[in-house]
Design a protein around this ligand. Structure first.
Ligand code: ADP
Length: 284
C-alpha cells in the first residue's frame, strides 16, 4: 500500500499572506510523515499516474487544445532544480515536456524586454513546460547584484503578476516552486562537487561568491513571495535539504496541476465505424 500525505501537498507548501521564509525549516517534510522509502514508492506511483494524465494532455494538444502546465523552478544554487527535472519530469514521455533553462541573458536578449525570452519559451498547448530559472531572476540576481537600478526592477513585480495573469487566462496552469535549502546544506553540496571528479563539471567558482550574499538573496526571495504569490499563480516553498522530499512534493504539485485540467481523451474527428469497415475491407 502506498502511503499518503497528511495534508494535500499544494496546501502544505503554499505561500499565503504573512508567509515568512526565514521560519521555514529547510530540512522539514511538511505533509509527509512516512520517511524516505515510502516517499520513493509514492513518487513512483505518482509518476505512473502523471504519465497517464500527461498522455491525455498531449493528445489534447495534438488535436488543437490550448491547455498547458508550466512549472517554474527557482532556488539558490545547488537547490536541486536539475534533479527535479530528471526525477519528476523524467517519468513522463519526453515529447510532452518542454524544458527551458534561463541563464545570463545573451546580447540579443538584453536588447529586448526581459519578458520577451520568457514569452518565447511558454509551453505550447498540450505540453508541460518547465522553467529552470525564469523571469524571477530579473527580480532576484538582478536586484541582489544591482544589475539595473531600483527604479527599473521595482515595477517588475506588478508587471510579472499581470504577465502571469495573461498566461493563466490563455489556458496554462502555472505551478511556481521555490526549492528552499539551508546554508549548511548548500555548503555540503558545493563541497561534494569539489571532492568528486564526476561532479567538478557542476562546480562554478561564482557560486562561492554568490553564497556570500545569502541574506540579500533571502530578502529578495521574501519580496518575490510577498508580492507575486497570487490567487492565479501562487508560490510554493518546498523544503529541499531532503532531495527525496523535494522530488515527492514537486511531483505531487505537477500531478495535481495536470489533473486539475480534467481532460478527457479527444473524441474521434472521423466516423469510427466507417473507418473500421474500410480497414477490414482491405484484403491485406
Ligand atoms: P545553474 O546555476 O542554474 O545550474 P548556470 O550555471 O547556467 O545554471 O547559471 C545560470 C546563471 O544565470 C545564474 O547565475 C543566474 O543567476 C543567471 N541568470 C539567469 N537569469 C538572469 C538574468 N535575467 N539576469 C542575470 N543573470 C541571470
Amino acid at each position: 500500500m502506498t502511503k499518503s500525505w497528511s495534508m494535500p501537498p499544494g496546501k502544505a507548501q503554499r505561500v499565503r499572506p504573512g508567509f515568512d521564509l526565514a521560519a521555514v525549516d529547510a530540512s522539514s517534510t511538511p505533509g509527509w510523515e512516512h520517511g524516505r522509502s515510502s516517499a520513493e514508492s509514492k513518487l513512483e506511483a505518482d509518476g505512473n499516474r502523471l504519465s497517464e494524465v500527461q498522455e491525455r494532455l498531449y493528445a489534447h494538444g495534438r488535436t488543437g487544445g490550448s491547455r498547458a502546465v508550466l512549472l517554474v523552478l527557482q532556488g539558490m544554487d545547488t537547490a536541486g532544480k536539475g534533479g527535479i527535472v530528471r526525477h519528476v519530469l523524467g517519468m513522463v514521455d519526453p515529447q510532452g515536456v518542454q524544458l527551458h533553462s534561463f541563464g545570463v541573458p545573451t546580447e540579443r536578449e538584453r536588447s529586448q524586454h526581459y519578458l520577451q525570452r520568457i514569452r518565447e519559451a511558454l509551453p505550447a498547448g498540450g505540453r508541460i513546460g518547465v522553467f529552470d530559472r525564469s523571469h524571477y531572476e530579473d527580480v532576484l540576481v538582478v536586484r541582489v547584484n544591482e544589475l539595473v537600478p531600483r527604479e527599473v526592477w521595482e515595477p517588475r513585480y506588478d508587471e510579472i503578476n499581470a504577465f502571469e495573469r495573461e498566461v493563466v487566462d490563455s489556458g496554462t496552469v502555472i505551478v511556481k516552486v521555490m526549492l528552499h535549502i539551508s546554508q549548511q546544506e548548500q555548503k555540503a553540496r558545493l563541497r561534494e562537487r569539489l571532492e568528486r571528479p564526476d561532479k567538478y563539471w557542476k562546480f562554478n567558482p561564482k557560486d562561492v561568491d554568490e553564497r556570500a550574499k545569502w541574506p540579500a538573496y533571502q530578502e529578495a526571495y521574501q519580496a518575490v513571495l510577498d508580492r507575486t504569490s497570487t490567487e492565479h499563480a501562487p508560490w510554493h516553498v518546498v523544503p529541499a535539504d531532503s532531495k527525496w522530499y523535494a522530488r515527492l512534493a514537486v511531483g505531487a504539485l505537477v500531478l495535481a496541476a495536470v489533473e486539475s485540467l480534467d481532460l478527457d481523451w479527444p473524441p474521434a474527428d472521423f466516423d469510427v465505424e466507417a473507418e473500421t469497415a474500410r480497414l477490414d475491407a482491405q484484403p491485406f
